[in-house]
Design a protein around this ligand. Sequence first.
Ligand SMILES: Nc1nc2c(ncn2[C@@H]2O[C@H](COP(=O)(O)OP(=O)(O)OP(=O)(O)O)[C@@H](O)[C@H]2O)c(=O)[nH]1
Ligand SMILES: [Mg+2]
Length: 230
Amino acid sequence: MKSRIPIVEKILSSNEQIADLNRIQFDKENILALNFMASPGAGKTSLIEHTVKNLASKFKIAVIDGDIATSIDADRAAQAGATAVQINTGGECHLDAVMLREALPQIDLSQIDLLIVENVGNLVCPASFKLGTHSSVLIASIPEGDDKPYKYPGMYRGVDALVVNKIDLMPYIDFDMEYFRQGVEILNPNLITFPLSCRSSEGIDNWLDWVTALIKAKQESNQSIGRVEN
Ligand SMILES: Nc1nc2c(ncn2[C@@H]2O[C@H](COP(=O)(O)OP(=O)(O)OP(=O)(O)O)[C@@H](O)[C@H]2O)c(=O)[nH]1
Ligand SMILES: [Mg+2]
């Protein structure tokens, strides 16, 4: 039992090294990479469908879908218009940087502006494994309940943006938005938050504007680096 903690630390540190390589590759190819995390059924794939359908005319988008067993989500992303790749984790409850690295050759990265990684539906394991993406997005949803920040602090603490999906269900579910927001604020002050509904599309535009601004900022920063080097 004594050796368990050092082994876990070693696995996580080698994961971080591969995550760094992934990040270097994304930066080299001028790609913005986002990691979508959520509990099962919160709406990760639904948000990917909206994002792809709305932004595909402006940006080239690829989706890498982590799933324990099926290709259902990658098929949905492809149907929406993305280049889509499936990673079956074979029972693992999260994606790691090595799995992502092994999937990257299936995409012509030189042709992509935005890469969305859909992690396995889980509020615990994915938080511990960096992938090398630029931003992590947590998709919470109203039916999960307003206590989730308090129960899964590691996930809420580590993300760069929060989507609160299924706001169309607010009239039917006891969800205290103020209590939820207070829990988030303690863990991750001033976290940028997008309340929205993938069903009614309410709030989707704010999300799309944020993603668009990130892609443009990424492209502009790489262009200015290129100018300095030249
Ligand atoms: N009412 C309502 N239902 C939604 C909304 N967004 C998604 N759903 C439904 O929620 C269910 C799960 O959505 P998905 O997008 O598959 O969720 P997911 O997080 O990708 O699920 P997993 O990949 O299985 O973890 C589907 O039946 C969606 O139609 C929403 O805003 N409102
Ligand atoms: Mg999904």
